[in-house]
Structure formats: structure tokens, C-alpha cells
Write a protein that binds this ligand. Structure first.
Ligand SMILES: *Cc1c(COP(=O)(O)O)cnc(C)c1O
Length: 397
């Protein structure tokens, strides 16, 4: 008998159609900054029901670009979910803004209006931008967050790196029904990939253009925008053919046409990915029902049909008397890969150096209990059963 294959917590799905799309892009005139970029942006906007989509070379850039377009800078405050990948907070720090971390609901890992309000009270001033995170793929109360943000006169930049393909109330994640911007990552571990890449959606055309300039060094070649006419235009009033203008400090966050070709191909498979993730989620939910209360999925949010990126469970490690690290090692020995998403960002030495030691009770409880189980479209139903069986054995329940 051959050993069952190792199941990582997540894995990309690349098929022949993806390979063909990339090979075709490699044969095109432009490897980067060609027609593949706006084509992919239009396709992405259409897929999530957004007015504008701006592609970049990472989810991190997709979080930084909206803050640049908003002109966030030193002296500004960003209100950030404490349980997320570090990039959510770092985007604000790249701009020189300060970060205040909001606690999360220990059952879902999501910020709530109460935890956001409490963080602002702690900070003693209103934020200019709020960055909620749709952790695992569940959406953090968009209407509640938007209402609070309006009161503070703050913009909302949703980190939806886990949530592409999800829906809540009748809205598609990324349509910006409640947020000013929605940021996605297309890293290989995420639901759709372009190798490395990110997309930011918005309803505001001027802010979309601002993100496109910030993505390309802060440059513009649009004569209508030039502010230095004596350099820009010749004696005949025509723009000088070599001329471009840099008005703000931007970055090279451009995505290549090759990556956009992969992104476009993956996006055509999104519905299939979402359907399979929902089936796997349902199978896990059913199989884990027996393991409650020792093992429970993160709390489902009412009115949502998510396309979960991670299948995360809360485990009462202390009550079971099994350290999480030991459980992870034992699961690994049984071919089951797991991961912890995430240690609260305020615990990172960089942030402790800036803001001191913090322990927010909801984030701590969530962090102590959480474990992401194998979850990717190529998994078989029997793989889910195998994971649940391994959990049962390792936890002794
Ligand atoms: C993946 C991820 C990011 C960063 O995306 P990259 O593409 O790796 O830069 C940011 N936030 C969250 C929640 C993520 O999962």
C-alpha cells in the first residue's frame, strides 16, 4: 500500500488552460505593461462586480496603493484588525501613518463595531482609514464598519485577500458596496493566483487613477495633468514626445502581462474553485460536528455565502492538555499539514518596539485556539475524512 499523499493546508490549482494562457502571453509583444494588464483588470472588475480594478504585483501592494491614493501619511492613524497577515498593518506604516489595532471576536477572528470603537477610544483620536480583514473568507460586518468609518470621516480599505468569490447580503466581495477599496492577493496559496499579484477595486475613478500612478513611480504621461508646462510643451504647444512627469513619490508595483494571463485564466475557473471549496467546507462542518466542543469551526457569519480561503478550527488545546505545536507535529506525521493564521500583529517585535506590549483578549483567545486544516480544490472528500480522523486520533477525542 502506498502512503496517502501529504496534504498541505493550501495549494494552488494549475491546469492545462492556465499553462496555455501563460505560454501564449510569453509569445506576445509585451511581457509587461501591455494589453494583458487592462484586459485582466476589466475581467476582474466584472468578476466581482466592481467599477474599477487596479492590478499590482502583490496583495501587499494592493493594500498600499489605496493608502497612497488617499494621501495617507505621517500623523494619520490607521485602524487595523489585530489578527491578520502583517501586510495589512505594514501598508499603513509604509505611508508613515500610525497603527492602532482593533481586537477581534474570539469565535470568528473578525473585528466588530464594538472592537473598532474601543480601539479608537484607546487611541484617543479618529482614524483616517479603517482596514478590516475578511479573515478565512468571512466578511467583517461591512455595513457596521462603514457606518462607524463615516462618523470618523475615515476611508475603508477592506483586506479581502481571503475572500475572493465570496458574497454577503446580495453583494459580491470586491464590489465596494460598503468599502472605498477592496484589496485582494493572488499569491499561490490564495483562491486564485497569478504567481505573485494583487488587485484593488474601487468605485471611484479618480482614486483608481491615483493607484495606477502610484503603481508606476508616480509618473503621468497625460498632458492634461502636467503641472510644469515650460518643460512639458514645445514652442508649438505640443507635448514633448519624451516627456513624463513625476508629481508624487510612487513605486514599481506593476504586474506583468504574463502574470495577468495566469490571473485571467484562473479567474475563469473561479466559479469552479468556489463550488468545490463550498463542498469541502460542508463536508468538514458535518464531519467535525462530532468533535464539538473540543474542535469547532470558526463562527459562521449570518447572511453570507463565503468562498473560504482557509478552513480554520478552534481547538481547546489547554483543556485537552495537548500543546498546539505537539498536535501539529503529530498531524504532520500522519500526512496532515496545518498552519496558524495568525499571531496577532501587535505581538511582532517590530510593532512591540513601536507601541509596546499589548494583549487584546479576543485576539489572544482566537490565536490560542486556531488551526488551519488542509483546504484546496483538488482535495477529495476522503481527504477531509482522513484529516478529521487524524485530528480525532491526535487529540484523543
Ligand atoms: C496574503 C495576504 C496578504 C498579502 O498578500 P501578498 O500577495 O502575499 O503580498 C495580505 N493580507 C492577508 C490577509 C493575506 O492573506
Amino acid at each position: 500500500m502506498t502512503a496517502a499523499p501529504f496534504l498541505p493546508y493550501g495549494r494552488q490549482s494549475i491546469d492545462e488552460s492556465d499553462v496555455r494562457a501563460v505560454v501564449e502571453a510569453l509569445g506576445a509583444e509585451a511581457l509587461t505593461t501591455g494589453p494583458g494588464v487592462p484586459a485582466f483588470e476589466a475581467q476582474f472588475a466584472d468578476a466581482v462586480g466592481a467599477r474599477h480594478a487596479v492590478v499590482s504585483n502583490s496583495g501587499t501592494a494592493a493594500l498600499h496603493l489605496p493608502l497612497l491614493a488617499l494621501g495617507i501619511g505621517p500623523g494619520d492613524l490607521a485602524l487595523v484588525a489585530s489578527v491578520s497577515f502583517i501586510a495589512t498593518a505594514n501598508a499603513a506604516r509604509f505611508c508613515g501613518a500610525d497603527v492602532v489595532f482593533a481586537d477581534v471576536d474570539p469565535a470568528s477572528g473578525l473585528v466588530t463595531p464594538d472592537t473598532l470603537r474601543a480601539a479608537v477610544e484607546r487611541a484617543g483620536r479618529a482614524p483616517r482609514v479603517v482596514l478590516p480583514v475578511h479573515l478565512n473568507g468571512w466578511v467583517a460586518d461591512p455595513a457596521g464598519v462603514a457606518e462607524l468609518a463615516r462618523g470618523w470621516d475615515a476611508a475603508v480599505v477592506e483586506d479581502a485577500c481571503h475572500a475572493v468569490g465570496g458574497r454577503y447580503d446580495n453583494h459580491s466581495v470586491g464590489a465596494c458596496a460598503h468599502a472605498d477599496f477592496t484589496a485582494f492577493s493572488l499569491h499561490p496559496v490564495k483562491t486564485v493566483t497569478m504567481g505573485e499579484g494583487g488587485v484593488t477595486t474601487t468605485s471611484d475613478e479618480a482614486l483608481a487613477e491615483g493607484m495606477r500612478r502610484a503603481r508606476n513611480h508616480g509618473m503621468t504621461r497625460d498632458p492634461a495633468r502636467f503641472v510644469s508646462p515650460e518643460q512639458a510643451f514645445g514652442a508649438d504647444g505640443a507635448p514633448n514626445p519624451w516627456y513624463y512627469e513625476m508629481q508624487d513619490l510612487g513605486f514599481n508595483y506593476r504586474a506583468t502581462d504574463v502574470a495577468c494571463a495566469l490571473g485571467g485564466s484562473q479567474l475563469r475557473r473561479l466559479d469552479g474553485f468556489v463550488a468545490r471549496r463550498r463542498q469541502l467546507q460542508a463536508r468538514y462542518d458535518a464531519a467535525l460536528a462530532d468533535l464539538a466542543p473540543h474542535v469547532r469551526p470558526v463562527a459562521a457569519q449570518p447572511g453570507q455565502s463565503p468562498a473560504l480561503h482557509l478552513y480554520a478550527v478552534r481547538i481547546a488545546f489547554a483543556g485537552l492538555g495537548i500543546p498546539r505545536a505537539a498536535a501539529m507535529e503529530a498531524l504532520r506525521a500522519r500526512g496532515v499539514g496545518t498552519q496558524v493564521h495568525y499571531m496577532p500583529i501587535y505581538r511582532q517585535p517590530y510593532y512591540e518596539g513601536l507601541y509596546g506590549r499589548q494583549r487584546l483578549p479576543g485576539a489572544e483567545a482566537y490565536y490560542d485556539s486556531i488551526l488551519s486544516l488542509p483546504f484546496f480544490p483538488a482535495m477529495q472528500d476522503e481527504d477531509v475524512d482522513r484529516v478529521v480522523g487524524a485530528l480525532r486520533a491526535v487529540l484523543g477525542i
